[in-house]
Design a protein around this ligand. Structure first.
Ligand code: 4AD
Ligand code: MG
Length: 427
C-alpha cells in the first residue's frame, strides 16, 4: 500500500492502483498513482525505461488501472514525502475520457456521477474522516460499559412524529414503517443491559430540501438506565469531545485536503455551555430576531444562538409542544420537556437531540393518546413502565451532520457515499 512506501526506501517495489493524474516535462512523465491509502508520484525518465513503457505512460488516461514498479526514494518536495523512480508499468485496464476531471463540474453532474466522484481526493478524505468518526463512536461506548444492540428497521409505528414516516405493505399484517429512530427499542434493551447503544440507518420522509436533511441517515443512540437529563448532558459532552479530538489526532492530513480551519474544532472540550430554551429565546431577541416563545428553533435561530459560543452549545428544556411524546416533563414547569439539543458551531445546527424519558405508566399513556398514536402498537413500550420502571435518558447523534460539521462541508450530501434526499435516490 502507498501509505507504507516509507518502509521501502532504496528498494524496488510494485504497487497496484489507479492513475490519478499525470503531467510531463520533456523527457519525464510524472504519473500520480492512487490506491485508496495514499498518492505516490511515479517518475518515468525516457532514458531509463523501454520506449514501449514510456509510450504507455504517455497514452493511458486518468483512472486507468495500473501496476507500477520502481525504486522508492525519499523526496521532500513530493506529496507524502516519497517518490518512485519507476522502471515498469503494467496496464490492468486502460481508460480514456473519465467523466470527472480536475476541472470544475456542476453539483448535479457530480451527484449523477457519484459512483465515480467518490474517487476524488476530496471525497476520499471525507470518507476516511467518516470512518474515523464511526470508529470513535463505537470505541467511546465500548470503552464506557455500553453494550451495542441492533434495533429493527421495519417497525409497526411512528417514533418521531407521523409526518416523516416511510410506509410499506407488510404481508397480511397491514402497514409497516421504516424506523425513524431505534430509541424505543434501545429503551427496552437498556432495562435489560443498563447502558446500551444502537448505531444504524434511520429514515425520514423529510419534505425539506435543506443542506442538513437526508431521507436516509445514520444515527447513534445511547440509552442509559438510572440517568436523568443532567447525566445525559454529561454523557453528550464527554462523548462529543472524544469524537472530535480523535479526528484531530488522526486525520490532520485529510482535514488539510479539505482546507478545514480547525481552530474551533480544537475548542471542543468539556464543559460545553448549557443554556435553557428560555435563555436561547433571550439571545434571539437581543439579536433582533422576532421569535415567539413556544416555537421550535429553526436553522437560522440555531445559527444565531451558536454564534454566541466558541464551542457546541447545549440547549435544554424546550416547550413540550415541539418535542416528542416520550419526553418527560420538567417537574418544575409542566410546559417544558426535559430535552436537550446540542447545536454545532459555524451554522451546522442541531447534531444531537436527546431527553429524559417519561417513566410513569399513566402519564405516558395519556401522552400516547394526546398524540393520537395507536395504543396497541405501544403496549410493549408501556410494559417497560409497568415492570421495574426507572428514570432513564439517552440521545441521538446524526452521523452525517457530524461529518459535515467536522469536515466543514456545505451540504450533507457529501458526507455519505450515496445520499438519499427528497429529489434524489440514484445512483
Ligand atoms: O432529534 P432527533 O429527531 O432525535 C431522535 O430521533 C431521538 N429518538 C434520539 C434519541 O433520543 N435517542 O434526531 C437526532 C439527530 C439530530 O440531532 C440530527 O443530528 C439527526 O439525528 N437528524 C438528521 N440528520 C440528517 N437528516 C435528517 N433528516 C435528520 N433528522 C435528524
Ligand atoms: Mg431533534
Amino acid at each position: 500500500m502507498i501509505k507504507d512506501v516509507g518502509k521501502f526506501v532504496g528498494q524496488e517495489i510494485s504497487l497496484k492502483g489507479w492513475l490519478y493524474n499525470k503531467r510531463s516535462s520533456g523527457k519525464i512523465k510524472f504519473l500520480i498513482l492512487r490506491d485508496g491509502s495514499g498518492y505516490l508520484q511515479c517518475v518515468y525518465f525516457k532514458g531509463n525505461v523501454s520506449e514501449e513503457t514510456f509510450n504507455t505512460a504517455e497514452r493511458i488516461g486518468q483512472e486507468s488501472a495500473i501496476e507500477v514498479t520502481g525504486k522508492v526514494r525519499a523526496e521532500e518536495r513530493a506529496p507524502g514525502g516519497y517518490e518512485l523512480d519507476a522502471t515498469g508499468l503494467k496496464v490492468i485496464s486502460e481508460t480514456h475520457d473519465f467523466p470527472i476531471t480536475p476541472k470544475d463540474h456542476g453539483i448535479e453532474f457530480l451527484m449523477d456521477n457519484r459512483h465515480l466522484w467518490l474517487r476524488s481526493s476530496r471525497q476520499v478524505a471525507i470518507l476516511k474522516i467518516r470512518h474515523r468518526i464511526s470508529k470513535a463512536i463505537r470505541d467511546y461506548f465500548d470503552g464506557h460499559g455500553f453494550t451495542l444492540v441492533d434495533t429493527p428497521i421495519l417497525t409497526p409505528a411512528a417514533c418521531e412524529g407521523t409526518s416523516t414516516l416511510f410506509e410499506t405493505d407488510y404481508f397480511d399484517l397491514g402497514k409497516a414503517y421504516l424506523t425513524q429512530s431505534g430509541q424505543l427499542y434501545a429503551e427496552a434493551n437498556a432495562m435489560a443491559l443498563g447502558k446500551v447503544y444502537n448505531f444504524g440507518p434511520v429514515f425520514r420522509a423529510e419534505k425539506s430540501k435543506t443542506r442538513r436533511h437526508l431521507t436516509e441517515f445514520w444515527m447513534v443512540e445511547p440509552e442509559v438506565a438510572f440517568a436523568d437529563l443532567n447525566d445525559d448532558m454529561d454523557l453528550a459532552e464527554d462523548f462529543l469531545e472524544y469524537v472530535v479530538q480523535s479526528v484531530l489526532s488522526d486525520n490532520l492530513e485529510e482535514l488539510k485536503i479539505l482546507e478545514r480551519d480547525i481552530t474551533l474544532l480544537k475548542n471542543v472540550k468539556k464543559p460545553l455551555p448549557r443554556i435553557s430554551y428560555d435563555e436561547a429565546v433571550e439571545i434571539l431577541h437581543k439579536n433582533g430576531i422576532e421569535f415567539e416563545w413556544g416555537n421550535d428553533l429553526g436553522g437560522t435561530d440555531e445559527t444565531v444562538i451558536s454564534n454566541q459560543f466558541d464551542r457546541p452549545v447545549m440547549v435544554h428544556r424546550y416547550p413540550s409542544v415541539v418535542k416528542a411524546f416520550y419526553m418527560k416533563r420538567d417537574p418544575e414547569n409542566e410546559k417544558l420537556a426535559l430535552a436537550v439539543d446540542v447545536l454545532a458551531p459555524e451554522g451546522y445546527g442541531e447534531i444531537i437531540g436527546g431527553s429524559q424519558r417519561e417513566d410513569n405508566f399513566d402519564t405516558l399513556l395519556s401522552r400516547i393518546e394526546e398524540h393520537n398514536l395507536p395504543r396497541e402498537a405501544f403496549e410493549w413500550y408501556l410494559d417497560l413502565r409497568k415492570y421495574g420502571s426507572v428514570p432513564h435518558s439517552g440521545f441521538g447523534l446524526g452521523l452525517e451532520r457530524t461529518v459535515s460539521w467536522i469536515c466543514g462541508l456545505d451540504h450533507v450530501r457529501e458526507s455519505i457515499p450515496f445520499a438519499r434526499m427528497i429529489y434524489r435516490n440514484t445512483p
